[in-house]
Design a protein around this ligand. Structure first.
Ligand code: SF4
Length: 381
């Protein structure tokens, strides 16, 4: 990243994920639970970034694409249901390697990181009037699996990746410290790019378990009923491998929409088998591999042996941003509306499919492992 930042011939474009603003502060001595979003923008500018964008924006775009895909599947009696979310690359790797039969159930919508990467190498050069060859797209993520995602061939254009480099939260902290930038000494500043830099409250909760499901539910509910809702209450599930669930009544003559939330790969493994055996009660299922969601990702700050499956302070940061946000639904984000009006046409359009959707591969090996067996192997090591 430093080479890109110091090369005057390179135009550096950064994005950072919802969970980064809830976790980076801990690397600089802030207690858990401090939102450092504005400090990150200023730190990046001080470090020499040419353009800073918010992955919250592309999370809203994901809801437009994935929500439309879900509605299309619900309206097609031959479609494959339930549909799983696709924004967690560790979950996608697990399916490709161990349960490829499940691939038709996975949403084809790219993750927020990949959606932003694609737009950085397609729409942004048009908006900024900069040749895309000069652009390097760098993301800051709570997740080690996002590095692997960025290297997927299906997420490159003419063999050039949409995301050139991924830094974890801890790596980003190291970069800033190496440049003498201390988050504690910064006032913070707003995003200064007039596009791809604003996300809704629905987008920021992508960083915690049940966030993607709720963001999708807010938009699907609007499309089906015409009513905007600021939040939707999920209930604790009685299913032993499902954390939360929601049933949305869609009115007379319509089947209710049933949504399940799963976190932790061991749970996802069981739910995958349930779906494959045709016994799942759900239409739409969110899966996050990390217990608690991305706020507990493998790239976030942590001490050895210090692991909190439900880091309530970090979770609270994202919940509070959402609750105080003036914009609570992805479909009402004005920057998202501009993207579709000016460039993509409509969700799931031909261009949206080309740029914002992907395909998956059957990479199953001869060896079959359940997640809990993999976990046992790791623990034994
Ligand atoms: S849940 Fe974990 S593995 Fe999945 S995207 Fe978030 S940080 Fe990455």
């Amino acid at each position: 990243a430093n080479d890109y930042l110091t090369d005057p011939g390179i135009y550096t474009v950064f994005q950072f994920a919802p969970a980064v603003r809830a976790t980076l502060g801990e690397e600089f001595g802030f207690p858990a639970g401090v939102n450092v979003e504005r400090k990150i923008v200023e730190a990046l500018k001080k470090a020499g970034a040419d353009c800073v964008l918010d992955t919250n924006f592309s999370a809203d775009v994901v809801i437009m694409e994935e929500g439309t895909e879900l509605l299309n599947r619900l309206n097609d009696k031959n479609a494959v249901l339930p549909m799983f979310t696709s924004c967690c690359p560790a979950w996608i790797n697990f399916v490709e390697l161990h349960k490829p039969e499940l691939i038709p159930h996975i949403s084809t919508t790219r993750s927020p990181q990949a959606v932003m990467g694609s737009l950085i190498k397609s729409w942004l050069p048009e908006k900024k009037g900069i040749p895309k060859e000069k652009i390097r797209s760098i993301s800051i993520m709570p997740c080690t699996a996002k590095k692997d995602e960025a290297a997927r061939q299906a997420l490159a254009k003419d063999a050039v990746p949409d995301v050139d480099l991924v830094l974890t939260v801890r790596e980003f902290a190291k970069l800033l410290k190496g440049k003498g930038i201390d988050l504690r000494k910064l006032e913070g500043q707003d995003f200064d790019t007039p596009f791809m830099s604003k996300g809704s409250g629905a987008a920021v909760i992508f960083g915690k378990t049940a966030g993607v499901a709720e963001a999708a539910a807010r938009t699907v509910y609007y499309v089906l009923t015409g009513k905007n809702v600021n939040s939707i209450q999920f209930k604790t599930s009685e299913h032993p491998h499902v954390e939360q669930e929601l049933t949305i009544d869609l009115g007379e003559g319509k089947s209710p929409l049933r949504i399940g939330v799963v976190h932790g790969l061991a749970n996802a493994d069981y739910i995958a088998d349930e779906v494959l055996s045709g016994k799942s009660p759900f239409d739409f299922i969110e899966v996050m591999s990390c217990p608690g969601g991305c706020i507990n990702g493998g790239g976030t700050p942590r001490e050895a042996g210090d692991y909190h499956p439900f880091n309530l302070e970090r979770t609270k940061v994202l919940t509070t941003i959402d609750e105080k946000h003036s914009l609570r639904q992805s479909h009402n984000n004005p920057m998202v509306k501009e993207l579709y009006k000016e460039y993509l046409g409509e969700p799931n359009s031909h261009l949206a499919h080309e740029l914002l959707h992907t395909e998956y591969q059957d990479r199953k090996s001869g060896k079959k492992l359940r997640a809990e067996d993999i976990w046992k192997e790791i623990t034994l090591c």
